[in-house]
Design a protein around this ligand. Structure first.
Ligand SMILES: Nc1nc2c(ncn2[C@@H]2O[C@H](COP(=O)(O)OP(=O)(O)O)[C@@H](O)[C@H]2O)c(=O)[nH]1
Ligand SMILES: [Mg+2]
Length: 220
């Protein structure tokens, strides 16, 4: 019997990366109606006084394409709902964007938010080489916890003069490639997401071909 799946979206994208890398910015650029929760958390468990900020972000966008060969467009969900008639006959996929807190010691929080993930955006600040230790740790954690999953490394803040190139950022992390972005710019943010979504789709088609089961819910 097929598993009952009550997800309200087609693909869930987990947005991770170190604190201050640009995760919240990216999600709000993609969906101006995204919700973010920034909370001061007490670090009592470490025996320390003081607080640290943790952030969750939740955005919803629609990936619309004329056909499967078309890269398509990313439209914020609310905007799509107003203009749905313009996309009649297009392939419509609803995407949930879930930003998780980046501090290493919040691994337990990231773990609780991993369920049903279809793809991962790993955001890194290209202008902050000092963050590379945290970025490598989060990348290793991501690979260890998700196993084989579509993943796109984002070399963010490419608009800054002191930003390393995406190729350099990829070298820092020991990955094949990274996509350069400015998370504040819509085209840049959308292109990075589309790159990941194409991988997600290829991956889910391959799984489907192999097992005869779908990893995603058809859009209604
Ligand atoms: N110049 C530049 N600043 C960015 C970019 N993305 C994010 N920022 C800034 O970096 C800081 C941290 O961003 P935020 O999205 O809160 O990071 P998070 O901790 O990963 O959610 C904020 O001051 C953002 O305005 C970018 O692409 N370029
Ligand atoms: Mg944030």
């Amino acid at each position: 019997m097929p598993k009952l799946d009550l997800r309200a979206y087609d693909f869930k994208v987990y947005v991770t990366g170190p604190f201050q890398a640009g995760k919240t910015t990216l999600i709000h650029t993609l969906d101006p109606d995204a919700i973010s929760i920034e909370r001061e958390m007490r670090e009592a468990y470490r025996g320390e006084k003081g607080t640290t900020t943790t952030g969750f972000d939740l955005g919803r966008v629609i990936w619309v394409r004329k056909d499967e060969s078309h890269d398509g467009l990313i439209v914020p969900k609310k905007e799509f709902e107003r203009e749905a008639s313009e996309y009649e006959g297009w392939i419509v996929k609803e995407i949930e964007l879930r930003g998780v807190p980046g501090q290493l010691h919040f691994k337990f929080v990231r773990d609780t938010m991993r369920s049903n993930t279809d793809g991962v955006l790993m955001v890194v600040d290209s202008s902050d080489y000092g963050m590379i230790g945290d970025a490598s740790a989060i990348l290793a954690e991501t690979i260890a916890s998700f196993g084989e999953i579509p993943l796109e490394v984002i070399a963010n803040k490419q608009d800054r003069d002191d930003a390393a190139s995406p190729e350099e950022v990829a070298t820092w992390l020991g990955v094949d490639r990274a996509t350069g972005t400015c998370a504040k710019e819509q085209e840049s943010a959308k292109n990075a997401l589309i790159r990941l979504l194409r991988k997600v789709e290829a991956f889910s088609n391959a799984v489907e071909a192999e097992t005869g089961t779908s990893t995603s819910v058809p859009s209604s």
